[in-house]
Design a protein around this ligand. Structure first.
Ligand code: F6R
Length: 235
């Protein structure tokens, strides 16, 4: 793993933006795997203010809440429109459809999209418990897209985006770790004290399902972008 330590999330976003730029220079129809949450916001801001053009590129997002349709303000579809797609449209953009009535069919549809569009560069955040996508501790490393029951700690962490924790959906569709590992390159970003323990476990701990992100030690091309707080527990 290549580790880049920056001063703050703004610099982290700039660093990630540079890697997106490099990817586009090599392949202007690259497939980008995208994440939501607080962490990638500075990256999307940097992309929005850059002169990069994604008109030939494809985006495929990691996850979406089950039960929230794409126009729900807390859905990840909505988040992506607000933070990126309205400013930087892609040729095609895919997210799971949280409003799908047939869940099995939705999972198959998403896996077919991933088969057809192998990810060149995947952007990831990390949960305090080491989750990537919504792959919580204990998740099988081989899984493709699946329906996940969120843990109480993830529901509590995400409650800040909702009126109260009762409103946070209990399930999500998520790319599996098997799908994430197929990406040719991966960037994982983490900012702030609350991520320091997970980062230490991911980089210096054993590869274990208890810290899903630790599986990234097995991937040949991972860049980790950290601020000083998130890096503070590393040796
Ligand atoms: C979001 C995602 C999650 C988040 C993680 C960290 O698409 O897949 O794994 O990256 O929960 O969330 P934040 O960035 O809000 O701390």
């Amino acid at each position: 793993m290549k580790i880049i330590v920056v001063k703050d999330d703004k610099q982290g976003g700039q660093a990630a933006c540079e890697l997106f730029k490099k990817e586009l220079e090599q392949k202007n129809d690259a497939v980008f795997g995208l994440a939501t949450g607080s962490t990638p916001i500075s990256t999307y801001e940097a992309l929005v203010h850059s002169n990069l053009d994604f008109n030939n590129s494809i985006s495929v997002n990691l996850d979406e809440y089950v039960g929230l349709s794409s126009d729900h303000p807390q859905s990840y579809n909505y988040y992506m429109q607000e933070h990126l797609f309205r400013y930087k449209p892609f040729r095609e953009s895919y997210l799971p459809n949280g409003g799908a009535t047939d869940e099995e069919r939705e999972i198959s549809r998403y896996n077919a999209i991933l088969e057809k569009n192998p990810i060149d560069l995947q952007l990831l955040g990390i949960g305090r418990n080491g989750h990537i996508g919504f792959n919580e501790p204990g998740t099988d490393f081989d899984l493709k897209t699946h329906k996940v029951e969120l843990t109480e700690s993830t529901i509590a962490a995400n409650a800040r985006f909702f009126n109260n924790s009762q409103d946070v959906p209990r399930y999500a569709y998520s790319m599996g770790i098997g799908s994430i590992l197929k990406s040719k390159k991966i960037i994982l970003e983490a900012f702030g004290n609350s991520k320091a323990e997970a980062i230490k476990n991911m980089i210096e701990g054993p590869v274990t399902q208890e810290c899903p992100a630790s599986v990234l030690q097995r991937h040949p091309n991972v860049t980790v972008i950290l601020d000083e707080e998130a890096a503070q527990k590393l040796k």
